[in-house]
Design a protein around this ligand. Structure first.
Ligand SMILES: Cc1ncc(COP(=O)(O)O)c(C=O)c1O
Length: 402
């Protein structure tokens, strides 16, 4: 996000007050992003079906803004579930995912009657069956499936080989469990991948509904909508960076506008629902980076220099190790607070303060001539920076919201 003079002044004031490294969250931008995402769902009546993925940026001050503007919560741990409840999120606005849900977390979820517990690992079903014995009402659950596109590995039950259907049968075997939703998460994806996954999963829902006589009411398509001003590096780009020690000369903007992907996907879902005879099926979405990615910046300060061969290193007080974990496989825009980005530029490697050789924020980046005390602003810091922070030798960045 660009910074005008007023914003730059506010940022400077915050840095004077809190020091660096500092995460600065922009509440107005986060609220605007929720509004745009809700707008993408509303033509189909699904405006209430947006569940912000807590893992992306579990900052209470930011989460409050998101909830005030209409987002529910997607949580994957006991801590995140309790955080949502502590923030006053209605239990009926909380979806619980993840491959390890502790018995205590499942108990809380059942007692509070949250919107849906998406069962993934088999042991969760055993725990829920136990809990169902004393539950007065049915427990609302979903089933995480694994379509042929997107993340594989340890997540979800495979549709293609029949394991998902077998698992649905096990859930249906307990009449206190109300299998209301099917869920997938593909990882960062394109509109084409969502279309393929939706087709495969709707076929699955049609089969489950027919064979097991279950009334599935929603397909939760997870998150993964591209964030703005950030891009995941391909493996080739990561290898290039690693072996040649140079940045990949590519634009940092993502290939797609995430809001457009979300809107198109919702339109496709509606059409496909009709094709599969599932007209009343709702779509739920759990965006993370789309909502907060570009609503936060990380400010770090130049605290030292090192010349090595032809390379000019600038040492900053928050690096990849402590403050910017995602930069291992992603790119971001960076600028110098108060300096003209279009003037005479020099080439720098920007490294963090720890003793780890990979504590590098940017390689070969072109910036205005740097001086001690300059503030570098890393954009797109609202997705996975905070949860990936470490206290490796230094304290974690503070956070302020404006
Ligand atoms: C189940 C689930 N939902 C939502 C998300 C959010 O993804 P993104 O930030 O790419 O939108 C994730 C991220 O890992 C996830 O695992």
């Amino acid at each position: 996000m660009g910074t005008d003079i007023n914003t730059s002044k506010k940022i400077l004031d915050l840095i004077r007050e809190h020091g660096t490294p500092l995460q600065i969250a922009f509440g107005v931008r986060a609220a605007e992003n929720v509004r745009r995402a809700v707008e993408a769902l509303s033509p189909h009546g699904w405006q209430g079906n947006l569940f912000y993925s807590y893992k992306t940026n579990p900052v209470p001050e930011v989460l409050r803004v998101l909830h005030q503007n209409g987002a529910g919560a997607e949580v994957i741990s006991e801590r995140e579930l309790n955080l949502a409840l502590d923030l006053g999120v209605e239990p009926g606005r909380i979806v619980f995912n993840g491959i390890y849900k502790s018995p205590a977390a499942l108990k809380t979820a059942v007692e509070k009657k949250i919107k849906c517990i998406n069962i993934d690992a088999p042991q969760e079903l055993d725990i829920l069956c136990e809990l169902s014995k004393s539950a007065k009402e049915n427990i609302t659950v979903g089933l995480r499936v694994r379509p042929a596109v997107g993340w594989q590995g340890q997540f979800g039950h495979v549709i293609k080989d029949g394991s998902a259907l077998d698992f649905a049968r096990r859930i249906a075997g307990n009449n206190k469990l109300d299998l209301k939703a099917v869920h997938f998460h593909l990882g960062s994806s394109t509109a084409k991948a969502y279309r393929r996954a939706i087709d495969e999963t709707l076929g699955f829902i049609q089969k489950v509904s027919g064979e097991l006589n279950i009334n599935i009411r929603a397909l939760d398509i997870g998150g993964g909508f591209p964030g703005k001003d950030m891009r995941l590096l391909t493996l080739w780009e990561q290898a290039w960076q690693r072996f040649f020690d140079r940045p990949w000369p590519a634009p940092v903007a993502g290939p797609d506008d995430g809001f457009r992907v979300l809107g198109e996907t919702a339109g496709y879902f509606k059409q496909a629902g009709t094709k599969y005879g599932l007209e009343s099926l709702e779509m739920w979405a759990e965006p993370g980076r789309l909502i907060t990615g570009d609503a936060q910046i990380l400010a770090v300060k130049v605290v030292g220099w090192r010349q090595s061969g032809k390379k000019q290193y600038a040492i900053v007080d928050g690096g990849r190790v402590g403050a910017a974990g995602p930069l291992v496989g992603e790119t971001r825009k960076v600028s110098v607070l108060g300096k003209n980005q279009n003037g005479d530029l020099k080439t720098y490697d920007i490294v963090g303060p720890t003793c780890m050789p990979w504590d590098r924020l940017f390689a070969g980046v072109r910036l205005p001539k740097l001086e001690m005390g300059d503030i570098l602003m890393v954009e797109g810091a609202g997705a996975y920076f905070v949860p990936m922070e470490t206290e490796f030798s230094f304290t974690r960045p503070k956070l302020a919201i404006i």
